[in-house]
Design a protein around this ligand. Structure first.
Ligand code: FES
Length: 292
């Protein structure tokens, strides 16, 4: 029977592997937590919904034929991705079935690369390729101890009852983390209609300004000869906050380079998303511009 020791699992890992292991373990848990605490990730009515994200990848992804099948079970797939990220992260940090976790992390990163970041050009702006390479490096590094001897088996020993308990512990921790994250989701308050964003006199034609919508969404307001309009600044790809480039007259996402044209209903003109930025309804009320 193999004896498990968290300390030994780190001591037996070469220094290079420890650095990669720590980074990947923490990052994957953070990735899972991000999804678990995102109120929109599993909500079909939200622009962040996993199904909306997958829809955005269909026109560019080389595995769109698989994504189409997944789309029918998007919520289930969202749970699977979230739980896998937690499980891979916990197993990596705890040193439980480390080689299997590396293979899982590699497979997940390749899948995300073929879907979410496939259209990111140049490729090095998308992080999934780098994660895939790190998981591969970790896989080969953990197959050796500090003296270069191979010490672990690829698959966990399922004849060892203690190994099964450890794997069950990782699974249980992942479920608990996902459920705990759902308790930290920020509830969407009912929008308060009619609250002032800015005085009309302070916002002449040609102006653009950021503001926070009544439900807390970072947003941006425009005034042109055609009138007033506003959009959410949450990127419809993976939820980063877009910024306004006044020179290019575009809303640009810093994460994977999506660009949206505010003069064309917030529609995407380049980058990995095909979904326009959600509109925020605004109007002039007395001397003020208000959200309605
Ligand atoms: S989050 Fe990926 S392009 Fe905006």
């Amino acid at each position: 029977m193999s004896r498990y020791s968290l300390t030994k699992s780190w001591q037996n890992t070469p220094v290079a592997a420890r650095i990669i292991r720590l980074f990947l373990g923490v990052t994957f848990i953070y990735g899972g937590w991000n999804k678990a605490t995102d109120a929109g990730f599993l909500d079909p009515a939200s622009a962040h919904y996993i199904g909306a994200q997958i829809t955005g990848y269909l026109t560019t992804s080389p595995i769109s034929f698989i994504l189409k099948q997944i789309l029918e079970h998007a919520t289930l797939f969202g749970w699977l991705i979230m739980l896998s990220e937690f499980a891979i992260g916990f197993a990596t940090l705890a040193g439980i079935a480390l080689e299997l976790a590396s293979v899982g992390g590699f497979a997940l990163s390749i899948t995300l690369w073929l879907s979410a970041t496939w259209s990111v050009k140049p490729y090095f702006l998308g992080s999934d390729t780098a994660y895939a390479v790190l998981w591969l490096a970790l896989f080969f590094l953990v197959r050796q101890n500090t003296k270069g001897k191979r010490v672990t088996a690829l698959l966990p020993d399922l004849t060892d009852r203690r190994e099964i308990f450890r794997l069950a512990g990782v699974a249980a921790a992942s479920v608990v983390a996902a459920l705990a994250g759902s308790r930290f989701r920020t509830a969407t308050p009912t929008p308060e209609a009619g609250s002032s964003i800015i005085k009309l006199a302070d916002f002449p034609v040609g102006s653009a300004q950021g503001f926070v919508a009544n439900d807390g969404t970072p947003s941006v307001l425009f005034r042109t000869k055609a009138g007033l309009f506003a959009y959410s600044r949450i990127c419809t790809h993976q939820g980063c906050t877009v910024g306004y480039d006044a020179k290019a007259k575009l809303l640009i996402c810093p994460c994977h380079g999506s660009e949206f044209d505010p003069m064309k209903e917030g529609s995407p003109i380049s980058g990995p998303t095909k979904i326009p930025l959600p509109k925020i309804n605004v109007a002039i009320k007395g001397a003020n511009i208000v959200q309605i």
